[in-house]
Ligand binder design. Structure first.
Ligand code: M3P
Ligand code: FE
Length: 309
């Protein structure tokens, strides 16, 4: 097997202002599948084609934003090794016992210098996508609910110390840099896109003075037509749309950014290319940031830089 270490984004826990309104939004409009509720009142969702118990968890709070973002690692030995590697690097880690998140094993949590809580875990109950493992149908009825993305794909986070975050992901967690936007003076990175896989990004960071901010969680659609259909469904349901449908120059992803009822931005996205770890990163100069964000319009939308939760 070529892929070891950190496998993929596994879950995001996001704060919402009104739980039941948000459940209606994520279930009926975005079209996620509700898979559980816990004693703390958290509601668990998965995308229809995901096999693990959940990928998106919401909890009611006074402010919107991201509690933590988790990555699934290959196995328990990998989890132990990465915990030791993080500590050897100088980061503090804490263990969250199995079962704290429903159907999820022990998690290793640490705080990035950007103020974000990242978790690693090796075990989450596999519930399947409903099509079975023998002679499976290509999709299930669950795809037909709302926008119906196939998986939680990546997230973009805003916070300080992106250069240090870059080092942790590449030197400890085995990610590689796929693309970056330079600072205006060309000496540093204003934003970085990192992959632990063959995907064009599994996580991205942009330099921002306030720590721990969420720019967006992104959900993968199967086709450009499905992204356009997502836009139709957003409009039918009066969802606040930020940017798109359009294409990012960075990653070449085809996208819509929109906001959930609490103001958390999310993305419905498809496409991009498939990098390998030996690819040289692509670089965007700051004066081309607009093309990086919105290639057809060449526009650095103000909200991209300023609206986060
Ligand atoms: C993405 C994404 C900019 C943004 C690119 C965004 C500024 O690639 O997936 O959200 O280039
Ligand atoms: Fe994105």
């Amino acid at each position: 097997m070529a892929m070891t270490g950190v496998l993929r984004p596994g879950h995001a826990q996001v704060r919402v202002l009104n739980l039941e309104e948000s459940v209606r939004f994520y279930r009926d409009v975005l079209g996620l599948v509700e898979t559980g509720r816990d004693a703390q009142g958290r509601v668990y969702f998965k995308c229809w084609d995901e096999r693990d118990h959940h990928s998106y968890v919401i909890r009611e709070a006074d402010s919107a934003g991201l509690d933590f973002f988790g990555f699934k690692v290959l196995d328990k030995a990998t989890l132990e090794q990465l915990d030791a590697d993080l500590r050897a690097y100088g980061l503090q880690t804490t263990r969250i016992p199995a079962g704290d998140l429903l159907e999820t094993g022990e998690r290793v949590r640490f705080e990035l210098p950007s103020g974000h809580l990242i978790e690693l875990y090796a075990e989450k109950t596999i519930v399947g996508n409903g099509a079975g493992l023998v002679n499976p149908a290509p999709w299930t009825q669950a795809r037909e609910q709302g926008i119906g993305p196939v998986r939680l794909d990546h997230a973009l986070m805003y916070g300080p110390n992106v250069a240090e975050v870059h080092k942790i992901f590449t030197e400890v967690l085995g990610f590689y840099l796929v693309e970056r936007v330079l600072t205006p003076d060309g000496q540093g990175n204003a934003a970085i896109w990192l992959s632990c896989s063959h995907k064009v990004h599994d996580i991205a960071f942009a330099e921002y003075p306030e720590p721990g901010k969420l720019h967006h969680c992104s959900f993968l659609m199967e086709s450009w037509e499905q992204v356009l259909r997502a836009g139709d469904i957003m409009s039918m349901n009066h969802v606040a749309v930020d940017i798109g449908p359009t294409r990012h120059g960075v990653t070449r992803g085809c996208t819509i950014y929109a906001w959930d009822p609490s103001g958390n931005r999310f993305e419905t996205f498809m496409g991009g290319y498939q990098p390998y770890p030996d690819y040289e990163p692509l670089t965007w100069t700051f004066d081309n940031f607009g093309q990086g964000l919105d290639y057809p319009q060449r526009k650095l939308h103000e909200t991209f830089l300023t609206v986060v939760t």
